[in-house]
Design a protein around this ligand. Sequence first.
Ligand code: PLP
Length: 465
Amino acid sequence: MKYISTRGQAPALSFEEVLLTGLAADGGLYVPETLPTFSAQEIRDMAALDYPALAQRIIAPFVADSIPEDDLKAIIVDTYAAFRHDAVAPLVQLGANQWVLELFHGPTLAFKDFALQLLGRLLDYVLERRHQKVVIMGATSGDTGSAAIEGCKRCNNIDIFILHPHQRVSEVQRRQMTTVVGDNIHNLAVQGNFDDCQAMVKASFGDRGFLPADRSLVAVNSINWARIMAQIVYYFYAGVALGAPDRRVAFSVPTGNFGDIFAGYLARNMGLPVERLIIATNTNDVLHRVMTTHTYGRQPLEHTLSPSMDITVSSNFERLLFDLYDRDGAAIAGLMRDFDAGDVHFSEAAMARASALFSSHRVSDEETCAQIAATWERCEYLLDPHSAIGVNAAQSAGLDPAVPVVTLATAHPAKFPEAVAKAGVGDTPGLPLHLRDLFERPERCEVLPNDLAAVQAFMADNLGA
Ligand SMILES: *Cc1c(COP(=O)(O)O)cnc(C)c1O
């Protein structure tokens, strides 16, 4: 399988090359040239598979020319054995045709583990074979950093440097990063804000001269194709469990960067009968504004109770746009150039296509708390604030009540005790057993000034042999 850039000017790459690349050289994002598809009977037969077997079925066509089948199987089995629920992604029923898909049973209690646990192992496999070492550099305001560190901690061929804004991430999130032990793991607390961290990462990818020539820099943010690929699996898993292909299913997805929901769109294109995809946003509503006004524009960042969706630009939306504009890379390059200068208006034809499958809904902090409280009162089920936004959007979508709606529950409520307390549903939710002693574990973290040269010098000095 070949991967092509959404802006049409970068060379097509193999899976292995895409895995080791961030943005395409033309500034675009990589997508598969063609998608594998499954017939109704093939989808029906998926009902007999457990999660790892299903993952292998879905992922194999994407990596076929890079990783032999048996090796892929071993990697996938090992990846999902790290999850603490036998079903890996259990479905829970909240009401008549209302479901949540719990994606928080991985090591860091957020759905990002589904992709980053796999990504770390895929990278290690490929690097071992190539006798190559790489450096991962990323900025985080919370969930991505801990999931990336957990995913890569055993990889001998990777040095991972995660920047977070000093004293500006929650204590649970910080400890989930700083208590992971390993010589190849480096937490850098930068005396600046998240945007400063992100700017340093961007600058470093633009000029890698501070690293030795044999160490390439790899991105683990959601523009990495392998992350999207891993997320396609659970849409099939939930859909088949609820009767697909003989029954249509809708999904409500708490969304920031459009990565997770884009995986749902791909599942639909691969044959899963998806009735509707609901974009559930907090008040950082760039995607909701796109859907309702057809205009893509930046607005100032708001800090909400669902911080993992606090973004102003939704990078992965470019991947959908590429399809909405008939895969015309020059058109996408033009739109993105215009977006650098200001608001962009999308064509009515493109937006009509989007609206045929996607709806959107914006949920305030107040509504998020009310939803946590309401679901608790009705079902004694505790939602985290991101998942609550999804459930709220699902209930507001006006779908045919005969269609099951699955909300992706993207985080465990114990990660966000502040929102749960604001919702007034009683005690702080407890951390699962494997993290009960999180607050007693020693932390390792380097506080650095908000200075690119200082960060890069630290990285260069702390590379493994
Ligand atoms: C990252 C994250 C999201 C948003 O995911 P996208 O792929 O950016 O849409 C939602 N909820 C939680 C808990 C997250 O960590």
